[in-house]
Each structure stands twice: as C-alpha cells, then as structure tokens.
Design a protein around this ligand. Structure first.
Ligand code: FAQ
Length: 332
C-alpha cells in the first residue's frame, strides 16, 4: 500500500454532504480562505496535515544531500550561497511545521511519524548527490519542480499554508537560479565540466519528474484535494508544465534531456515525453531507494542527539515557572 488511509478518493456530491459540509464547500468554491479555528471536515484537516507535514519533512530531509556539499563547494562564494540555501530549507520546514500545528498536531508527533516511517518525504531526496554538478542539478531541477508545484499552492484554501507558501516560493526561485548558475558555469566550462553537467542531468531528470507524484490515473488523493483547493493542479498538469519550461533551459546549456521520445507537439502546445519508471518510484516510496536508510538514519540521529537540548529547555522553563510562582506567593 503506497498511500495513507486518509480516504479522500470519493468526492461527495452536494446531495451527499451534510449542511455544514455544503456550506464549507461553498466557501471554498467562492475562493474564501479557511482559517485555523474555523469548522472544517475532519478529512480536510487530515489531508492538510498529511500534505503540509510531508512537505515540511521534505524540506528538512532535503537539506541532507546539499548540506553534504557545503564543506566541498569549489569557492568561498559558492559555499556562502549553498549555506544560505540550506538554511532557507530549514526555515521552510519551520514555517510548514507551524502551519501544520495550527491544525492541532504537534511538531513532535509529525517527527515521530517521519522517524517511524508512517509519514513520507519527497522521493527525490533518496537519490545521492555524487559531485558538484549534482548540486547544480538539484537547484535547477529539484527546486524548479518544487516551484512549479508550489506557486499554485499560494492560492491553496487553507490560510496558514497559502501564506507560508508565498515566502517559500520567493526563496525557492533564488534556489533555482543558483542551481542554474552552477549548471551554466559547468556547461560552458571545460569538456570535463560539461560532461559532469550532462551526467547530473541524466541522473536527476526522471527522479525530478517523479516529484509531481504518480500519473493522474494512479493519484488517489487528487480529486478530493482539488475539490477542496488543497491542490490546485493535477500531478500530470504540473509535470507537463515543468517539462515545457525545462527543455529550453537544457537546450540553452547545450545539454541533452535523456529522453529519446522527447518531441514538441504543436497540437497540444507542449512536449511529448517519456514517463519515469513508476516501478522505481513506488519502490523508493516503499523505502528501497539508494539513500532511504541513510536519510532517515540521519534525521533520527539528529533528533536523538538533540534530546539533551530539548530536555534542558524544558527543565529551564519549569524552573523559571517555579521561581516566578514562588516570588508571587512571597509578594502576597
Ligand atoms: N514523493 O494521490 P497522490 C522541495 C505519495 S519540497 C513521496 O498523487 P497527493 C523543496 C503521496 O504523498 C518537495 N511521496 O498524493 C526542496 C501519497 O501518499 P500518502 C515536496 C509521494 O498528496 C528543494 C501517494 O503517493 N513538495 O523539494 C510523491 O495528492 C531542494 C499518492 O499520491 C511537496 O510536498 C513523491 N514525489 O500528491 C527542499 C509539495 N508523490 O501521503 C530541499 C506539496 C506522491 O497518502 C532542497 N505536496 N507521493 O501516504 C503536494 O503537492 C502533493 O502532496 C504531491 C502528491 C504532489 C507531492
């Protein structure tokens, strides 16, 4: 089973809805934002927790493949840029965990689910970054795919999520540009550098296409999530837009997209392209990608290593509260 049992695939018709559900759906249809303390169907809340939580996890797990390259960036300037980007990802995780918390779930609960494999993070981060060109490819393709997915989410129906997305999207576009800048440097550099850039594109192309999720016919959540405007576009619509945007960028770099069937289709006004290997995608989701164990292991270790710090903060807060209470009693 590759999806969580949050039943969202059967969209209720207006006749099947309770009066509360109908009023809620009408608010969504009018384009109103739903705010934390307002009534919402339980499945809407659960779907948001699932999506926002998974998104938050992706941001913090996504720090790992890039963080690995901070010490090995080729120049001081590249190091400073990469450091800023990796810090931004931590910030995105924090905004998103905070948005999820407004739905009544704690950050600790979400992290516990991540650590025990009950929540997912984006499949892309289970692929390794083997050399510096991969850092370019991650910025260009992975952040590029993330922006394609997230710009529409600025209009998502849940207020805290849509507001978090506004800032995240601004930062993601800096991330995408820094990645493309690395790819330009390498593609217009020595033949060896260009070969590294091509190799990175070859390895990251299909995993980037997988970021948008399974094809529409296999997407279990799309129909209900779109009715609730938790998702604005289908997985295939966004994947197509990403391909159409990225192919000319690859051409500018003089690189070849690793797809022999890639062809401009005048009629549809977009490229025809090959699907990724969906068996590989489901296998990565099942925990069998090249880096799943390493990534999850690193997150669990970070959590365990931080236990003393969380304990110290709690002990300090308790001690301060006790002192305050004692001085209040003494003053009375
Ligand atoms: N990886 O029915 P659908 C980033 C799961 S942020 C893993 O189509 P849905 C920034 C899906 O969760 C990247 N799992 O599901 C960055 C569901 O399983 P569940 C993350 C995937 O929710 C850059 C099942 O398959 N972005 O990269 C994936 O309608 C560089 C059925 O699929 C977001 O999370 C996948 N690729 O659509 C950071 C954006 N695809 O949950 C650092 C918000 C599908 O029932 C460095 N999320 N699944 O167990 C979304 O837009 C949606 O959740 C989708 C999936 C489009 C990802």
């Amino acid at each position: 089973m590759y999806a969580q049992m949050v039943t969202t695939d059967a969209v209720k018709s207006a006749g099947e809805m309770s009066p509360e559900e109908r009023a809620f759906q009408e608010r969504i249809d009018r384009g109103e934002r739903i705010e934390p303390k307002e009534w919402m169907p339980d499945a809407y809340r659960k779907t948001l927790i699932r999506q926002i939580g998974q998104h938050a996890h992706s941001e913090i797990v996504g720090q790992l493949p890039e963080g690995n390259w901070i010490t090995r960036a080729p120049t001081l300037e590249r190091k400073a840029i990469l450091l800023a980007k990796v810090q931004d990802e931590a910030g995105h995780g924090l905004y998103l965990y905070s948005a999820a918390e407004t739905l009544g779930v704690s950050r600790d609960e979400l992290l516990e689910k991540l650590h025990t494999g009950r929540m997912k993070y984006s499949s892309i981060f289970n692929y390794p970054t083997l050399n510096w060109a991969d850092i370019g490819a991650v910025g260009w393709l992975v952040d590029g795919a993330a922006i394609m997915n997230q710009v529409p989410l600025q209009k998502t129906s849940y207020g805290p999520y849509s507001r978090a997305m506004v800032r995240i999207c601004k930062e993601e576009s800096f991330h995408q540009r820094q990645g493309y800048d690395i790819m330009m440097k390498m593609s217009f550099g020595t033949p060896e550098q260009k070969a590294m850039a091509q190799d990175a594109l070859n390895r990251f192309w299909y995993p980037s296409l997988m970021m948008f999720g399974p094809s529409d016919k296999d997407s279990v959540h799309s129909a209900q999530s779109m009715a609730w405007k938790i998702k604005i576009n289908t997985n295939d619509e966004l994947r197509q837009k990403f391909v159409d945007q990225t192919v000319p960028q690859a051409e500018y770099l003089g690189l070849t997209v690793p797809d022999e069937h890639l062809k401009w289709n005048e009629e549809k006004g977009g490229y025809d392209y090959s699907q990724p290997d969906w068996d590989e995608f489901f296998d990565v989701l099942a925990g069998n990608g090249p880096c799943n164990k390493e990534r999850l292991g690193a997150r669990v270790k970070a959590w365990e290593d931080g236990a003393w710090f969380r304990d110290a903060l709690t002990a300090h807060a308790e001690k301060t509260a006790r002192r305050r209470a004692a001085s209040r009693v003494a003053a009375e």
